[in-house]
Design a protein around this ligand. Sequence first.
Ligand code: ADP
Ligand code: MG
Ligand code: ZN
Length: 482
Amino acid sequence: MIREYETVIGLEVHVELNTKMKIFCGCSTEFGAEPNTHICPVCTGMPGALPVLNKKVVEYALAAGEALHCRVNRRCRFDRKNYFYPDNPQNYQISQLYLPICQDGWLEIETGEEKKKIRIHEMHMEEDAGKLIHDEWEDCTLVDYNRSGVPLLEIVSEPDMSGKEEVLAYLDKLRTTLKYLGISDCRLQEGSMRADVNLSVRERGSKSLGTRTEMKNLNSFKAIARAIDGERERQIELLEMGRAVEQETRRWDDNKESSRAMRSKEDAKDYRYFPDPDLPELSIDRQWIDRIRKSLPEMREEKQQRYQEQYGLSEYDARLLTQSRPLAELFEETLRWYGDPKKAANWFLGDVQRLLKENALEPEQITFSPEYLGELLNMLDQGTINQPVAHQVFEQIFLYNTEPRAYVEARGLALVQDTGWLKELVIQVRNREAEAFEKWLQGQEKVLGFLVGQVMKEARGKADPVQIKKLFLEEKDEDDNH
Ligand code: ADP
Ligand code: MG
Ligand code: ZN
């Protein structure tokens, strides 16, 4: 008999919070600085140095807790997680175990048509470790403490996910949510978002959970998807052979597409957690939580809903437009200068998306003024320029924030409004392409496109094809009347 297995997955996600200062000292959190230039006695664990909690970190955690429907522990505390590793200068990490700031929330995900709530077990604040750099040439290991003390939020889900689709949907939703809140840039590649995947399998229908492994070192959505497939198979194979899955931490190697055991899984008791005596218990009052709640931005779902209702956009378009908050905000800004939301949306979904991709840019890196895009769209509507010119000018706006009206004038890109001149060109083409013209008169509609094209060529693109068409139709009418 073939046994059927189902996969059970829970995630532990760490995100770096983008506060200016570290969690327990005033050092800068700036990424990419010279090694060991953003350090002080606190974040290098010097004896006698004392931590002071950064208030912003608590506010960011509360905002995330609110967005993920968590209950706040209004009395919360920091604990020491004791372990030795050279990137950890104190030999303990300040984290939260007994009274984490947030508990019992949920995040709704969508896979295909289905919606599902993934429960959040808890969310806690902690400090990041330094970075080890292995120098193979010199055969030594160097350490950079710039990252030591950068604030992290760890978000622990319940084991509610049943496969890679749900995991990716969860991570995507989490990332969008935290980016909307503006508390983290959530880049997997750069390590500002890190996901540890806890996975077990069990026979379909079984109520109890199987033994899980935890996979680390996953730095892209693709790697996560492959790691899930690989680990699921490995565990099923073991069970099919009548062997047991060991509870352990495994390191996924995306190049080899396989994982290997890193260490047997520690229990909380191995870390000898105890409340950090250097930090007082935190008491969070209701007014503070209310202030945070009131200051939350319009989140993606609300924005999407509003775009559909207020602007009459389709669900699909509204969803794409609200994928990134900076993009959505730019779109809304554009509408202050230009009145047709649907046309503006098309521009964002078409040209803006394409140029982002071609230039490998993120929406938050966009530098053009929405006013200029608005102006361009108005010029297009008024027939000052035609569609191809608009695309061309928009590229200038996108890349160099060029003011469109001056640009169009300087390059002579405006359509020639002089119908007399156009009419002449039409007659010229009619005489030159007499055969084609005749065919069109006899009802071959497709030939009109060719004729218009010829006139466009003569006008060197500075004419409005709609107007040329009109002129040809006038010619035809005159012919018919003769
Ligand atoms: P620990 O304290 O050892 O880190 P937790 O109980 O906090 O373990 O769980 C860590 C993560 O592992 C959570 O995201 C949880 O949902 C997930 N998890 C726990 N048990 C299982 C299991 N049997 N299968 C899959 N995931 C699990
Ligand atoms: Mg854990
Ligand atoms: Zn410091």
